[in-house]
Design a protein around this ligand. Sequence first.
Ligand SMILES: [Zn+2]
Length: 119
Amino acid sequence: MHYAPFMARRNSQSTWPEAPLAGAVPPCALCEREVPELVQHHLIPILAGKRRGIKPQDLPTVGLCPACQQYLHSTFSIGELATELNTLEALEQNEQVQKFVKWVRKQPATKGVKAKGRE
Ligand SMILES: [Zn+2]
């Protein structure tokens, strides 16, 4: 099951949709791993939003694990993220992302995973 993109404020996690487990962090929207902490990925990068006159707090975000978020930003340009990969569905359908998700799902969720320079 996937979470639809939703508006969330950086400083308030209490407005998130219901988590599957009480008190638990919802799973990463991409790899669905349950990690200790999610990061808010801006589906439209902050820089791209600025160019369009959108404030960072008005940009749609999605809760991702740090590994997925890092992967997206190290793999795609701001332009690509802003135009082609600006929805969760588009990310899920991207072949490169699919490959990464397949790989990262096998990685322990509690350990920090580096998308780049993995050993
Ligand atoms: Zn993830």
